[in-house]
Design a protein around this ligand. Structure first.
Ligand code: AMP
Ligand code: MG
Length: 489
């Protein structure tokens, strides 16, 4: 084991553990019966400075199952407390362990976390475990998001545990290894504000600024600058989600990372037919986290974040509240800017005209009215293959199309340049629900993992427009309006 550890390339540090002890509990993983590989991300491993060959040995399986800890790891569970569907709860890593921070060959510091590694002091009633399906869903969707160029945590490995877990039914257990810029969440700050001293809160803020926002470290009003930067990153992130039709599913404050990465893939899915009311998560009965609500919820979560910083923003509470409110008010402007920039790019617009937003919204309205597929509509426009679209026979769409063509002519760029721009901004493939479901089902029910990598290969470069991808993307979408995703936690 030691020999393998020496060669595996682990380079772990533990800066988070230097925070006050209230922020974590040291905890070992609970060993599992008979771990085995499901999938390993070689490319990611190499970029982290890890030796993929060494790690793919049985010793590697033991590490990603929590049966063995990598050289230099000092596992801990992080404390946090936040709003779940609007209700405040004490949370924390109930089934996850931070092994440490890998320092990559490029000098980046990234968290290596096991998810599904057994109970911790924060498990509450849970068993600390995870099922194959949900861990594979996180792996597939997070890697697809990375391919789409959207900030996200990454997935390094999924191993099966050889043990069953019990949800509504008996399911095979699995552990995911997640790689993240950090696991500091809005909920980590809520925990500090609720249960810690002002000094604990300041320590967390200083740590986070140093780790993620060192550019504001010297600012006179560093905590305000920090808040503003977090707001900007979230505005950027959620605009990116909207631009590709990604629905997170559970935008609780514990699932919002301060780093600006998409985190905690639960019942997430991509929208097929365009409809802002789309909700996939079976537990989201009120539609709180529907596609069209995501920007508002992000703003709501950021307001909770700003509240935690009040003692650091100004010694006078009233003034602190004013400062926080002014900062939060900027969110919608930032969001709108990113959304509009993204949508212009999707329509091949290089220049800016006042009527652009109406043009965009009219297209979305038409897609909603005629129940058109979000992704495929943009692909159709990109490739100028209108005949393949369900919209092509609609007279109101034809009118819109003429308006758009006229708009394109009013900019200097050639049609080739427009097409290139559109290809860079309209994915030809997304992780379609029925494809993802098929892969997860085969894995959970038959232990057949052979479909995972081919799907990932297709999803890895979604803007490539290869013939295979165009064929994959053009497949009829038998959109099931009752499609539901389950947490399965
Ligand atoms: P999530 O819905 O995955 O964001 O999880 C919300 C909270 O519940 C977090 O504190 C998790 O660590 C915890 N949790 C989720 N599933 C389990 C489980 N099976 N056992 C223990 N804790 C869990
Ligand atoms: Mg969570």
């Amino acid at each position: 084991m030691e020999k393998n550890d020496l060669n595996a390339g682990w380079n772990l540090e533990h800066s988070y553990a230097e925070l006050p002890e209230t922020f974590y509990t040291r905890q070992q993983a609970v060993a599992v019966q008979s771990p085995d590989w499901i999938i390993f991300n070689q490319t990611l491993a190499v970029s982290l400075g890890l030796n993929a060959d060494v790690l793919q040995c049985p010793e590697g399986t033991a590490i990603f199952a929590g049966n063995n800890i990598p050289d230099g790891a000092e596992p801990l569970a992080q404390a946090y407390a936040g709003h779940q569907f609007g209700n405040f709860n004490m949370l924390g890593d109930g089934r996850a362990l931070l092994l440490g921070e890998q320092i990559t060959p490029q000098g980046d510091r990234v968290d290596i976390q096991l998810k599904g590694s057994g109970r911790t002091p924060y498990s509450r009633g849970g068993d600390g475990r995870a099922a194959v399906g949900p861990m594979l869903r996180e792996y597939i969707i997070s890697e697809a998001m990375a391919g789409l160029g959207i900030p996200t945590t990454r997935s390094l490995a999924v191993v099966s545990t050889g043990e069953s877990i019990y949800r509504e039914t008996e399911r095979p257990g699995a552990i995911l290894t997640r790689v993240a810029a950090s696991h500091i969440r809005v909920a980590t700050f809520q925990y500090a504000a609720q249960f810690g001293s002002v000094e604990d809160l300041r320590a967390l803020a200083d740590y986070t600024i140093h780790r993620h926002f060192s550019q504001v470290e010297g600012n006179e009003q560093r905590y305000l600058s920090f808040l503003q930067e977090v707001i900007k990153l979230q505005a950027h992130l959620v605009a990116k989600w909207q631009n590709v039709g990604f629905i997170h599913g559970v935008m609780n404050t514990d699932n919002m990372a301060i780093s600006g990465e998409t985190i905690d893939y639960g019942p997430c899915a991509f929208m097929d037919t365009y409809n802002p009311a789309t909700v996939f998560s079976s537990i989201d009965r009120q539609g709180r986290y529907a596609y069209g609500n995501q920007p508002y919820i992000a703003g709501w979560n950021l307001a909770r974040f700003a509240e935690t910083l009040l003692p650091l923003l100004h010694e006078d509470e009233e003034q602190a509240v004013q400062i926080a409110q002014d900062a939060i008010a900027q969110f919608s402007e930032h969001y709108h800017h990113h959304w509009l920039t993204g949508m212009r790019a999707k329509l091949g617009l290089f220049t800016e005209e006042a009527e652009d937003e109406t043009l965009i919204k009219d297209l979305l309205d038409l897609m909603e009215k005629h129940a058109a597929d979000f992704t495929n509509t943009f692909v159709t426009l990109t490739l100028n293959k209108l005949e393949t679209s369900t919209l092509s026979d609609e007279s109101d769409f034809k009118e819109w199309h003429t308006r758009w063509q006229d708009r394109l002519v009013r900019q200097p760029e050639s049609s080739d340049e427009v097409m290139e721009q559109m290809k860079r901004n309209n994915p030809v493939v997304i992780p379609r629900n029925e494809k993802v479901e098929e892969v997860l089902e085969r894995a959970e029910q038959d232990g057949d993992y052979s479909l995972i990598q081919p799907l990932l290969d297709i999803l890895q470069r979604p803007y490539a427009y290869t013939p295979e991808q165009e064929a994959f993307g053009a497949m009829p979408v038998s959109c099931d309006p009752s499609y539901k995703t389950f947490c399965g936690t």
